[in-house]
Design a protein around this ligand. Structure first.
Ligand SMILES: Nc1ncnc2c1ncn2[C@@H]1O[C@H](COP(=O)(O)OP(=O)(O)OP(=O)(O)O)[C@@H](O)[C@H]1O
Length: 685
């Protein structure tokens, strides 16, 4: 194969791709550090016309390319993409039309892209909605979920997730920030969790200050970020904070998805000029997607790429755009923004079938023309000449996480502190967490009243015990629904940057809610216990409080686990409520007597925590209880008789039941971690 011959003969010692490997790469899967890549999708489609034609056009002399032979300085094409095609699977239609039963159809999102990007340059990818800009950024950042064909490499290394986590930072379209934290706190916690653990706090503070100044955030450094309810920094400043977060680790590549969306033109221009400075003065490779940049923004760019239907219509200097398009028959009227004009001619108008056909044909012709253009050929030459280039900093590329990552304890401590600050700064959250559960007490007591000692009080006692063991986990559920989703969003973003694991995040979350579970459930249990007049033994009271605390904590842990499975709050709430109700029916014996329950259901009840908590509180309440039989001479019932009949082992199993409840808390933490790991992180935008 021509391309193989062309690419043979040179090697770059520490690269994933030596030139020999590059040749092999065109046929086989690439090797990384001597091993076959696990990335099943990296194989170049040799039928890929553009890549093959363009490589074939370069002299196949078995040595290097003409630029190298001529001894010319080689432009370092740090990031190169050759013949990239990206396909996702899609199930068209709605679920109620049974689409989940149909086989997913492949959908080509990017087609045969060959591009180069250099450090020190600001490049904008433009194109109408759905043209593939975000998908291309996802592929470069190693986050693409679909099937990839072609080569995406950075300094001869395949762009996988690990490499990109080290070298690149990706600023997503949506700002995911905690509204209660100040700008400085947001950056400091991120720096503590992201930068090498060897850095002292002093150095971290200086780094944070430097980034604050670089992004022009000094005037809002101590302001809260704010959100829907709390007023905070402006939208443009939030964008700057998101970028600042990604600049903390000083990435070589900065990818930004629609950084200017939602900003006014002045703020957008200011932001792009900062990005241009990062590229020109900071030497970074900056690549951003923009819908339709204004002419003043275009003037700040070093390169512009136009995508249409996943294909490349143009990639070059903005100043070369008009001559190029004029050369292929598309002139730009005077005083018009060339970018607007050429976006229009390359866009596909999908409103009417006839119009779609015509515009699609035109866009296709423009893309085909570009693939054979001198501009595209220059890119191919840059890639091939770059194969012989040895990057001085190549050894800095390590395949996985370095040893200087912050310690587990530092990350855990930061997460815990950040969650606590977030909670304590929201007054409604603190008040809600502490007082929502005790607010149940008046309702329970109004309906049941103060317990007497008549036989009829058995029913009332069971009602109160049932309410106590059901209200506590439900309150955990409502707290989780209200407060967990914003932290989960942050978790998704930070974990996709490889900052910490699900186990660390969930442990920190469960630890930070524990004091609230203790305080809230203790107030609830104390009021209920003494106002309703349950067994006045102090040990029994202590055990009742402990059960309520454990159930409150368990309820929130259970809800969080379900939220790891379902991303919808509605579905999570419904599922958790159903689990608690089923558990109440099956395992307590308070709604349906075990005596009449089918054996299968009775056995099922053993898996629910309510089985054990109910046994504890019922034994507590009925042991030693004497009923007032003065008006009923037939009455021979005592609390112990009741226990012997309905909960025969409850008293002697009390320690075992407490141990099992403790075991459930550990078990649910492990289960939550497994659920979060199994579901993974959604592709965020
Ligand atoms: N995982 C996926 N499943 C189904 N379709 C997908 C997937 N990823 C991308 N696509 C489709 O690929 C096309 C390109 O999407 P992409 O988000 O990259 O476009 P874009 O140019 O960034 O659009 P916008 O500017 O609106 O964000 C769209 O039609 C989109 O629906």
């Amino acid at each position: 194969m021509e391309s193989t011959a062309l690419l043979s003969g040179h090697s770059s010692p520490q690269s994933d791709y030596s030139t020999q490997d590059y040749g092999a790469l065109l046929h086989n899967r690439p090797r990384i550090n001597g091993r076959k890549s696990r990335h099943r999708y990296y194989s170049v489609d040799i039928s890929n016309e553009s890549a093959r034609t363009n490589f074939a056009e370069t002299p196949a002399d078995g040595n290097s390319n003409t630029l190298v032979d001529a001894g010319l300085p080689q432009p370092p094409a740090c990031l190169s993409i050759v013949g990239l095609t990206y396909t996702v699977k899609e199930r068209p239609g709605h679920w109620w039309t049974g689409n989940f039963l149909k086989q997913a159809k492949p959908k080509e999102v990017l087609h045969n892209l060959t591009m180069t990007f250099n450090k020190g340059e600001l490049t904008a990818l433009v194109g109408t909605s759905g043209s593939g800009k975000t998908s291309l950024l996802d592929v470069i950042s190693g986050r693409a979920e679909g099937k990839l064909e072609g080569v995406v490499s950075y300094k001869h290394h395949q762009c996988g997730r690990n490499l990109m986590r080290q070298k690149a930072s990706y600023v997503l379209q949506a700002d995911r920030l905690l509204p209660t934290l100040t700008v400085r706190e947001t950056l400091t916690y991120m720096a503590l969790m992201k930068l090498p653990g060897t850095l002292t706090h002093d150095k971290i503070d200086r780094k944070v200050q430097a980034v604050i100044e670089l992004m022009g955030l000094r005037h809002v450094a101590e302001s809260r970020i704010g959100g829907v309810i709390i007023r905070g920094v402006s939208g443009g400043e939030k964008r700057r904070i998101s970028i600042a977060l990604q600049l903390l680790k000083d990435p070589e590549i900065l990818l930004l998805d629609e950084p200017t969306s939602g900003l006014d033109s002045f703020t957008a221009r200011h932001l792009v000029s900062t990005l241009a400075n990062l590229a020109h003065e900071g030497g970074k490779l900056v690549l951003m997607s923009v819908h339709q940049p204004r002419s003043d923004i275009v003037n700040m760019l070093d390169k512009i790429g136009i995508l249409t239907s996943g294909q490349l219509a143009y990639l070059g200097k903005p100043s070369e755009m008009v001559p190029y398009f004029t050369g292929i028959g598309y002139t730009c009227p005077r005083n018009e923004n060339p970018c607007d004009i050429y976006l229009d001619v390359t866009s596909v108008d999908r409103r009417y079938p006839n119009r779609e056909k015509a515009t699609l044909r035109q866009a296709q012709t423009i893309c085909n023309t570009f693939s054979k253009s001198q501009l595209q050929e220059n890119m191919i030459n840059t890639i091939t000449s770059g194969l012989n280039f040895h990057y001085n900093d190549d050894s800095e590329i390590a395949p996985s996480k370095g040893n200087d990552s912050p310690s587990w304890f530092r990350i855990f401590h930061c997460l815990l502190l950040r969650m606590n600050i977030h909670l304590w700064r929201e007054r409604s959250a603190v008040v809600g967490r502490i007082f929502e559960l005790p607010m149940f007490v008046p309702f329970i007591v109004i309906f049941v009243g103060r317990l007497g000692n008549s036989l009829g009080s058995i029913q009332d006692r069971l009602g109160i015990l049932y309410q106590a063991t059901q209200a506590t986990p439900y309150m955990g559920l409502t707290s989780a629904l209200a407060r967990f989703p914003v932290l989960r969003e942050l978790y998704y973003r930070e974990t996709s940057d490889g900052m910490y694991s699900a186990a660390t995040f969930l442990t920190a979350y469960f630890v930070h809610i524990l004091p609230f579970s203790i305080v809230s459930a203790s107030i609830f249990a104390s009021f209920l216990y003494w106002v309703a007049g349950l067994n006045d033994d102090l040990v029994a009271f202590g055990m009742f409080v402990l059960v309520c605390v454990m159930l409150t904590q368990f309820g929130e842990m259970m809800a969080v686990t379900v939220m790891g499975v379902f991303r919808s709050a509605q579905l999570s709430s419904d599922t958790t409520s159903l689990v608690f109700s089923a558990s109440g029916f099956l395992s307590t014996g308070l709604l349906r007597s075990f005596a009449t329950m089918p054996t299968v259901l009775k056995w099922l009840g053993y898996i629910a925590v309510h089985k054990y908590s109910t046994e504890i509180v019922v034994a507590n309440e009925f042991h030693g209880l004497k009923f007032d039989c003065s008006r009923d001479h037939e009455c021979a019932q005592t609390g112990d008789n009741y226990l012997n009949t309905y909960y025969p082992d409850a008293l002697e199993h009390r320690d075992r039941n407490f141990s099992l409840m403790g075991g459930y808390s550990v078990g649910i933490l492990i289960f939550a971690v497994l659920m979060f790991r199994a579901r993974g992180t959604p592709t965020l935008h």
